[in-house]
Each structure stands twice: as structure tokens, then as C-alpha cells.
Design a protein around this ligand. Structure first.
Ligand SMILES: Cc1cc2nc3c(=O)[nH]c(=O)nc-3n(C[C@H](O)[C@H](O)[C@H](O)COP(=O)(O)OP(=O)(O)OC[C@H]3O[C@@H](n4cnc5c(N)ncnc54)[C@H](O)[C@@H]3O)c2cc1C
Length: 306
């Protein structure tokens, strides 16, 4: 099946939906937004805590409410949103192939915007030795298990990383009833930025009660068939310490979701590994644009939308 649209946006996260809305207001014609997930909204859909929307929507939302608000505005503006549609390849410069429950197809557009976001680096990409037990997550997979699929995770967790997204992991673990054994970071202190001030009340207590091991790395994971603990190594003196746990959550370490960009032959920025763009978000391929966390994982949602 071949379809036509003026603008095709790949990714219905904050960046894709906000761009679609802005383009509609500018009179860009017919706009189609596709997303591989069953619902539009991107990552915030699974972040069941407040902290979204401050700079773009001028209100603080929870992640799911923020995602719903963007989807509502897009639908009201007459933007076609196509969930459960994964773009797999390029058939021409601005013609993309997709797969969906209805089968395979292609969409020909006058312009394409890639807004495919970024993802966290999992254990394998961090080259951490040890056994390969169950109980190892990224924040994204943990949230999908708990909030979307209502699956049991663990009871005692170590969170690897101490940045903004790590707080999201702490809140999710608290929601699931798990105890937080510790947070570890390679940095000398946590990286939770000052921009968090508006929601500090939400996390200050949780952070204060969480033991942080700064300037350490996870040097081994052990246990079989489930995690029984991790070994952490002090980066200052090489001393090791064992933390007992049944869950390990790797947070941050962002990688742009750049498979489609690479497949389309877009030039990448060697520093960010996202597509190289000019000030108008134009990539190296005429008619193809890129925006949001695909460009530089990871900013906050409001920044990506703006
Ligand atoms: C755990 C966690 C907590 C966070 N907490 C906060 C917070 O409190 N406040 C805040 O402001 N920000 C927070 N963020 C950051 C925020 O979620 C991101 O900045 C924002 O989602 C980026 O928007 P985006 O549109 O660029 O990407 P995304 O939201 O990642 O959306 C990209 C979309 O593209 C789709 N996609 C990718 N490839 C394809 C393809 N080939 N075909 C079809 N669809 C595709 C994906 O399914 C996804 O829906 C958090 C992030 C995480 C991971």
C-alpha cells in the first residue's frame, strides 16, 4: 500500500508531536505522525511521576498526562497519528517503508522529520562481566514492566547512575515496593541538575535516604538464575565492595535511536551520534529533518518539544 502526505513525522514523542503541531499552525498541509508503540506520547507515557511540561506547556504534568495532552492537541489540530507503525527503511529520499498490524506499506512525503528519540545503554553495551541472571533493567524497561505490563520486578535494587533519569528509577522502584540498596556513579557526586528545583520536594527525601557510592564502577554482577549482588570498585584506590541485591537498574548512558538515520545515509555528528543538522534542523539529505533527543540524548521533554 502506498500513501501520500505533505509531512511525515517518525516518532510521536514530545519532539515529534510538538513539531507536528507547529507545522500545522504554519500551514504545512497534511501531516502524518507514525510511532511503533501502541499509544502516542513517547517516553513520558511510562514516567508516572511529575516533572513534565514546565517550559513548553507552562504547567507541571505527570509523564502520562503530558503525553496525553500532546496527543489530544495533535488530534484536535487534524494531525493523523498512526500508532503501532514501525518505519523500517527508505524507498526514496522522502519515501519511507513501514510495518504495522495491517501489513507492510510505504508513505511518500514532501518532507520527513525524524524524531525517534534515544535510549539508555544496557548492561551488554557497558561491558560489565559476570553471570547473566534475570533482574537487570534499564529505567525504560523497568518502567515498562511495572507500569505497562504489571510484572513483578525485585525487592532490593541497586541503581547504577545518579543523574536526572536515575531519580525516575528511584521513584519507580519506590512505587513497586522495592528497597533501594544504593546508587552508584562514576562521578564524584550525583549529577542531578539545579533545574530540578521545581520538583525538589518530590525527591529530596528519597535522595537523602539513598546511600550513594560516588566515584565507583560496577565491576561484576553475580547470581544465577537471578541477580544476587554486584561488586563495585572504588575508582580512587581500586578497593572492591559487594552489595547484595536482586535487581540492578542501569540508568542514563544515552544512545540516539539513529538506526533509521544511518540507514538513510544521513551524516552523523561524531560527538552526539545523532544526525548532523543546521540551524533549521535540516539534515544532510534534502527534505529530511531531525529533532528532539535523537540529536543529543538526553534533554528533558520540554526542551525536546521546544
Ligand atoms: C526514565 C525517564 C524519566 C524521565 N523523566 C523526565 C522528567 O521528569 N521530566 C522531563 O522533562 N523529561 C524527562 N525525561 C526525558 C524525556 O522523556 C525526553 O526528553 C523526551 O521523551 C524526548 O522526546 P523525543 O520526542 O525526542 O523522544 P521520545 O520520547 O523517546 O520519542 C521517540 C518516539 O519515536 C518512536 N520511534 C523510534 N523509532 C521509530 C521507528 N523506527 N518507527 C516508528 N517510531 C519510532 C518511539 O517509539 C518513541 O515513541 C525522562 C526520560 C526517561 C527515560
Amino acid at each position: 500500500m502506498r500513501e501520500r502526505t505533505d509531512v511525515l513525522v517518525v516518532g510521536a514523542g514530545p519532539a515529534g508531536l510538538a513539531a507536528a503541531l507547529a507545522l500545522k499552525q504554519l500551514g504545512a498541509g497534511s501531516i502524518t505522525v507514525v510511532d511503533r508503540e501502541a499509544e502516542p506520547g513517547g517516553i513520558p507515557r511510562l514516567c508516572h511521576h511529575v516533572g513534565f511540561g514546565l517550559r513548553d506547556l507552562r504547567r507541571i504534568y505527570s509523564g502520562p498526562a503530558y503525553a496525553r495532552e500532546y496527543a489530544r492537541r495533535a488530534a484536535a489540530a487534524g494531525i493523523a497519528i498512526r500508532p503501532a507503525t514501525t518505519v523500517t527503511d527508505w524507498h526514496a529520499a522522502t519515501t519511507l517503508a513501514y510495518t504495522s498490524p495491517d501489513g507492510l506499506g510505504e508513505i511518500e512525503a514532501r518532507a520527513v522529520l525524524l524524531a525517534t528519540g534515544c535510549r539508555e545503554r544496557p548492561r551488554a553495551a557497558r561491558l560489565i562481566p559476570g553471570s547473566r541472571p534475570a533482574g537487570i533493567y534499564t529505567t525504560g524497561s523497568l518502567q515498562r514492566y511495572i507500569y505497562e505490563q504489571s510484572l513483578a520486578t525485585g525487592k532490593q535494587a541497586v541503581v547504577v547512575g545518579a543523574e536526572l533519569v536515575s531519580l525516575s528509577a528511584l521513584l519507580t522502584l519506590r512505587h513497586s515496593g522495592a528497597a533501594i540498596v544504593a546508587m552508584t556513579t562514576r562521578h564524584r557526586q550525583h549529577q542531578i541538575p539545579h533545574l530540578l528545583r521545581p520538583v525538589k520536594w518530590l525527591v529530596a527525601d528519597l535522595l537523602a535516604r539513598t546511600t550513594l557510592y560516588p566515584f565507583t564502577r560496577v565491576s561484576r554482577i553475580f547470581g544465577e538464575p537471578r541477580v544476587e549482588g554486584v561488586e563495585i570498585t572504588d575508582l580512587a584506590n581500586g578497593e572492591t565492595r559487594t552489595l547484595g541485591c536482586d535487581t540492578v537498574v542501569f540508568t542514563g548512558g544515552w544512545i540516539p535511536e539513529n538506526a533509521l538515520a544511518r540507514r538513510g545515509g544521513l551524516q552523523l555528528d561524531w560527538r552526539t551520534r545523532g544526525p548532523r543538522v543546521d540551524q533549521g534542523f535540516h539534515t544532510s539529505v534534502p527534505g529530511v529533518f531531525a529533532a528532539g533527543n535523537l540529536l543529543r540524548g538526553a534533554e528533558t521533554a520540554d526542551y525536546s518539544a521546544l
